[in-house]
Design a protein around this ligand. Structure first.
Ligand SMILES: [Zn+2]
Ligand SMILES: [Zn+2]
Length: 257
């Protein structure tokens, strides 16, 4: 072997080693904190969640098989899903919307902590695999353009894009929000329902949705009013199924009437 080739090979090897170390540092950075409780992580932890939070009861492992809310009795469906038709086929969430989970989602949504999309997408992709959810097209709950320009980004879109990349399935905006509504967080179920009524429209051609298994992503499921409205509009284009995925859902039952 010529000396030139030998040194060339050495440089390539060294470069590859540097790239590998940089990737490890990127994937498992030191000095980072638990996304739920802010405690310093002693070493790399899955999703950047400390062992205490991971072992906590925030994870949803028993749930209503329709809306995905935490359910601790043996019934297949919660009372609401037993009594009322849903516009979506099923919904699943990874966590109960409480404590550290609420704080992390708030940071993701309002404090520009967009990097959390990676953690949440990894959490949701494991949930998809565990639940064997099938889908052909990923979409998200849109923001009104005024809200989006105030916030600068749509957290559900970031989540949908990251999740679709993991599965190499395309992500498309299929809906648009046509009514600018005030923040829903403090409104009652009835007020939300009134306000959100007919506030979404299709933004894609019907043939793009027809016969497809749609995965609809949002950050949180509280009263389910938003995803019910979005699913109602999507159904007009006759998809094969609509599965809703959120990072978290509230524990409590929401009384419909
Ligand atoms: Zn923690
Ligand atoms: Zn339910």
């Amino acid at each position: 072997m010529k000396w030139g080739n030998f040194w060339g090979l050495k440089i390539i090897k060294k470069t590859l080693k540097t790239i590998k170390q940089t990737l490890i540092q990127l994937l498992y950075p030191t000095g980072i904190k638990c996304i739920f409780c802010d405690d310093e992580l002693p070493n790399e932890q899955k999703y950047s969640i400390c062992q205490t939070c991971d072992g906590d009861s925030l994870k949803i492992d028993e749930f209503c098989h329709r809306c995905g809310r935490l359910q601790t009795n043996d019934a297949r469906f919660c009372d609401t899903c037993t009594d009322y038709e849903r516009n979506f086929d099923m919904a699943r969430s990874a966590y109960v919307y409480e404590g550290g989970v609420t704080k992390a989602i708030h940071n993701f949504k309002y404090n520009s902590e967009k990097h959390l999309a990676d953690n949440f997408a990894n959490i949701l992709s494991d949930l998809i695999k565990r639940e064997e959810l099938d889908f052909d097209l990923v979409t998200f709950v849109p923001l009104h353009k005024k809200r989006q320009s105030e916030r600068g980004y749509n957290q559900s879109e970031l989540l949908a894009k990251k999740t679709s990349e993991i599965f190499d399935i395309s992500c498309r905006q299929l809906l648009k929000k046509t009514k600018h509504t005030k923040k829903l967080a403090k409104l009652s179920f009835q007020e939300r329902k009134e306000l959100l009524k007919d506030s979404f429209e299709l933004s894609a051609e019907k043939h793009e949705i027809k016969g497809k298994r749609i995965l609809l992503l949002d950050d949180v499921l509280t009263t389910a009013t938003t995803i019910e409205e979005c699913s109602k509009v999507l159904k007009k284009a006759k998809p094969e199924s609509i599965t809703v995925l959120t990072i978290a859902s509230t524990k409590q039952e929401i009384i419909l009437y």
